[in-house]
Ligand binder design. Sequence first.
Ligand code: ZN
Length: 470
Amino acid sequence: MKYDVVIGLEIHAELSSKSKVFCQCAQQFGGEQNTRCCPRCSAMPGTLPLLNRTAVEYAVIAGLCLNCDINAFSAFDRKNYFYPDLPKAYQISQFFYPICTDGCVDIGSKTVRVNRIHIEEDAGKLIHDEYAGISLADYNRCGVPLIEIVTEPDMTCADEAIAFVEAVASRLRYAEVCDAKMEEGSIRCDVNISLKPEGSDVLGTRAEIKNLNSLKSISRAIEYEIKRQSDLLDRGERIIQETRRFNDNNGRTLSMRSKEEAHDYRYFPEPDIPAIMFDRTQIESIAAKIPMLPEQRLKIYVEEYGVSEVEAKIILTKKEYSDFFNAAVAEYPNYKSTSNLIVVEVFRLINDNGCDGDFKFTPQSLAKLIKMLDEDIITKAAQKTILSVMFERGGDPETIAKDMGLVIVNDSEGVANAIKEVIDANPKAVGEYRSGQEKVFGFLMGQVARKVGKSATPALVREMLLKALK
Ligand SMILES: [Zn+2]
């Protein structure tokens, strides 16, 4: 039987505020266990939460980036569960009144609706040492500010789910509210997936696959679930509503527990944190701080700057590259040459030498290098050589060109001599050209250029040769 696949996502994104959400402990990835904890985030009796203003502001920015409504009123609730990764035995989250609702993200082929975004605190990490038979708790991550982005079940395959996660990660990175490093767990994803008979309007029973932390595992887990669920349905069996875990080693999902319903968590309003209230002016002043997002930049690059879409998208893979490009063209607006030099030459140097967007040369020196070629001060080949020196150790392109003898001198006497020699040596070709066979010009031009080498620009050689052949 054929089935339609229905996928919804819950993305947990760590906000990159300097401190945790309800205390002043620093939040960073890694570090020695239990060194970034205080009585508040380790839930000592008598401590009270203290809401981090920056984290709230970042959640608003995330909501605006995903086209959400920012609610004038939102509030925190306690989600009760007993598990040693959160010593309070409840998690502070937003259940009844989330901060953002009703967003949408365009993923090219379609629009995925965002149901809500809420703020919550992260839990600690448990390390299970099976050899010693013990479990260790690291509370450094306790209280790290998270947003949970919950979509409507609008996706129908792994590719759409990946496209959504990538679009969200890219926007959050550009807005500088989350570093979106999946390998460090700053973005984690739960996938809700169900199957229904093709064309049916009735949703099937869904399974939730928890805590996927790479695009590859999201994709593999979805593929596996489609196969598992369709096999069950083909055999006339029932899908159980449950939470499943993905095993990266064998590519399978396995049951963790039957799925909880909201009432299992006994949500109730958090009495220790006042509600968050926003007026329009406050939201507008936060919105004004958001840097331009990749979609807007793409439009400008392609439509205003005339850069090819392929090159524009490559430059936009990282905000650092895009900012670098913007600064270079602000200095000298040859958009196409700049994008081309970055995409072809700079990226080749990055691939060969490894570099993470932290260049030793400035956008201004790249702009100067492009201008030097445009003004016939150097050749295209020299531009490449100079760029690789700049990549390796920085420096001013003009100084490098002089030091390496790469400046074109435009020695017109030398060119005149070369032209004379070529004309004398090729009477047949010259005759042909003069009798109207213009394509011979290329051959003669090549002969002269070889003799001239780097001592004159092609433009000068061409101009003088044309004159001499008249
Ligand atoms: Zn703390």
